[in-house]
Design a binder for this molecule. Structure first.
Ligand code: CO
Length: 683
């Protein structure tokens, strides 16, 4: 059997014949590796030193770009994402470049119109992208149609993904069974996929399931099969090996310093494992070791502060226990803590599979994991025995309308009907390809940045990220100075910082005592600050004079692919690590681009007037007022929406508790509110 792994008895020191069927390897160090471990903060200048060495290895491809890369680069690193491809192309001349494309979401968080999608793919190809690994959170390949047409037109490699998800402890059950995956692979083959990737973003695939799945796919379809499996649960090195035994063509790895934890298996052990077999990679282990050493000594000290070292364990066994992405569970815990309801975690675990099933048993991957997770929390906190789905987020409504695509099984009819009551686009869900209901966007984007954007690549940065994209273009063309925290730091800076931290830990940092962060006091008030796609929790405390901002903690919303990280450490003074922003793999609904959210941290909270007579509507959770649906004096009936509140990036319509008239409104759009703040009074 040709796909069986065969051992030989050659003398490796003298002879290493070329394997009959070498495993091909895609290296993810320069994209998913630093995305998973270091919040995507890797800079181009730190890729150049190893680029030529990596080009010599013989990788099938190097991954260069993904949604988070495009986002983080222009937002936090002050780097032009297009320029990274062009620059690295000069060093990696032989190895093809691969990118992760979120289908109609491109490298953003919502479905973009077809004209933007076409222009984006065309420009990515022209700039040097060779392989387009394309996925959709619902595995609804209608969301592929536009981009695949462009990939093919550009003569590039279309790799179709199947998002791997489960409802049972192992592959199987009624929905995500072998037949499901085979049918998805067949659909990709008929779309012209040049290769097919099993995208196991949460590290769920068990070794023997990887074996049967790869076997089945190899028997069912012609395109090469590629396995992308995160290490998160600790299974992926074993899954790789079983997949290789089943005949998988390509696997994904990282250089050792960028491997393991929530990243991927390392390349070096795999090379040694397969040495001398008919699947030998043929890679030079010494050349790989040189690269890893260079990364370890010369590059990684700059990023070490971003590594989540709060845990001793490098794997997340929650994935094994609950079959849900590790990041998603941490998000649920964070959210419950926000709402003072951490004791409800058991109920959330119980409700989660039910909500997921009612919402069409969708895969749990950004953004669907967030959508299911937040709705579950809402149900646990706000439902009672007489009524379920009392508070439905706007994103669940969009899902029920069909804006994300077709779900794996039909959405529960009652839930769907309830979600679409008074839904602005209509109460009857669409069945067409979601992008068909979107108006073209490119011409407007061009007009918006006239005089600022120099070429179409600039326009696309703006079209994808209107707020941060525009800000980046101003930096790029010197119209605004680039802030210091965006600029890179040197290895010397990094080493000095590490020294300081080390000293501080040993208690030798006496001279820094006066810079210690004070204890949080009783008067500390917490504000939610929303900046475009990011969400920060800011503590403000008045200490006598003017209000002092005590801390800023980014709230992690990134799911599967993002490491869960604590707030940036504040041990050392000197160059402080910037507050860690939310991982940019956060979700958003396929709707209008997020407007810049005012940051109300410094603004004193409006002092509510003496409460009017009537029934108060307290805020059920901390969040930000999106809008009031009613004005003072308007009649309102029980159950009608009065306020739209954003919490954890999901929008919630708050209904009137009684029939009556709006007597008082205490906040306005953009205000942050705490739990139980009286939003309005109905009398
Ligand atoms: Co990944």
């Amino acid at each position: 059997m040709s796909d069986q792994v065969e051992l030989t008895t050659i003398d490796y020191s003298k002879d290493r014949p070329k394997a009959k069927n070498p495993v091909k390897v895609e290296d993810l160090t320069l994209r998913d590796g630093h995305q998973s471990l270091f919040a995507t903060r890797g800079r181009t200048e730190d890729m150049i030193p190893v680029a030529e060495m990596m080009d010599e290895i013989g990788f099938w491809a190097v991954e260069m770009w993904g949604g988070a890369t495009f986002d983080t680069m222009h937002r936090f690193l002050g780097e032009d994402p297009w320029e990274r491809i062009r620059t690295l192309k000069r060093y990696l001349k032989k190895t093809p470049f691969s990118m992760l494309l979120r289908a109609q979401n491109l490298v953003g968080y919502r479905n973009y119109a077809d004209d933007v999608a076409k222009a984006f793919v065309e420009r990515a190809a022209v700039n040097g992208m060779d392989i387009f690994r394309t996925f959709d959170a619902l595995n609804d390949y209608r969301n592929f149609e536009t981009v695949v047409g462009e990939i093919k037109k550009a003569g590039k490699h279309f790799q179709g993904c199947i998002c791997y998800t489960m409802t049972e402890p192992r592959m199987g059950g009624e929905v995500y069974n072998l037949e499901y995956y085979v049918s998805r692979a067949r659909a990709l083959e008929s779309m012209g996929a040049d290769s097919i990737c099993i995208k196991d973003m949460a590290g769920l695939i068990a070794p023997y399931d990887a074996y049967s799945l790869v076997k089945a796919l190899k028997a069912a379809v012609k395109p090469p099969i590629h396995l992308h499996s995160h290490f998160t649960s600790g299974m992926s090195s074993m899954s790789h090996l079983k997949a290789i035994e089943a005949g998988v063509d390509i696997v994904d790895t990282c250089m050792a310093p960028y491997a393991f934890r929530t990243s991927h298996p390392a390349i070096e052990p795999l090379v040694m494992t397969l040495l001398g077999t008919n699947r030998d990679t043929g890679f030079d282990i010494k050349a790989l070791a040189d690269i890893s050493q260079k990364l370890e000594n010369e590059i990684l000290p700059k990023y070490k502060h971003l590594l989540d070292d709060t845990k001793v364990s490098i794997i997340d066994i929650n994935v094994l226990l609950h079959q849900t992405p590790g990041g998603m569970l941490s998000n649920l815990v964070n959210q419950l803590r926000e709402m003072d309801a951490l004791d409800k975690i058991g109920e959330v675990y119980a409700e989660l599979p039910r909500v997921r099933k009612e919402l069409g048993q969708i895969p749990l991957v950004t953004p669907t994991s967030q959508i299911v997770g937040i709705q579950t929390v809402n149900n646990v906190l706000f439902d009672d025995e007489n009524e379920r789905y009392k508070m439905i987020t706007a994103q669940v409504k969009d899902l029920c309308y069909g804006l994300y695509g077709k779900t794996a099984v039909p959405i529960d009819e009652e839930v769907q009907k309830k979600a679409l009551k008074n839904y602005p686009r209509g109460e009857k869900p669409i069945t067409c390809r979601p992008a068909e209901v979107l108006e073209p966007e490119l011409e407007k984007a061009k007009k918006d940045v006239e005089g600022l954007a120099v070429d179409i690549d600039d326009v696309l940065i703006y079209a994808l990220y209107p707020v941060t994209g525009k800000r980046f273009l101003k930096w790029k063309y010197g119209k605004e100075p680039m802030p210091a925290e965006v600029k890179s730091k040197t290895l010397e800076d990094a080493k000095a910082e590490i020294e300081l931290v080390k000293k501080a830990k040993q208690g030798k940092l006496v001279e820094k005592k006066d810079k210690d962060v004070p204890e949080k006091g009783e008067n500390l008030r917490t504000f939610n600050v929303f900046v475009d796609e990011d969400y920060f929790e800011v503590g403000v405390e008045e200490t006598g004079d003017s209000p002092v901002i005590k801390y800023v903690q980014a709230i992690q919303n990134g799911l599967a692919a993002a490491p869960q990280a604590p707030a940036a450490p504040t041990v050392a003074s000197g160059p402080q690590p910037a507050p860690r922003p939310a991982a940019p793999s956060a979700p958003a609904a396929p709707k209008a681009p997020a407007a810049p959210k005012p940051a109300p941290a410094e603004a004193p909270k409006p002092v509510p007037a003496a409460p009017a007579d009537g029934t108060p509507l307290p805020s059920p959770m901390p969040g930000m007022i999106v809008s009031y649906a009613k004005n003072v004096g308007d009649p309102v009936s029980k159950g009608e929406t009065v306020v739209v509140l954003e919490a954890m990036k999901m929008e919630n319509s708050l209904p009137s508790p009684v029939d009556g008239t709006v007597k008082q409104i205490n906040f306005s759009s953009g205000d942050s509110v705490a739990k139980n703040d009286i939003l309005c009074v109905i009398g």
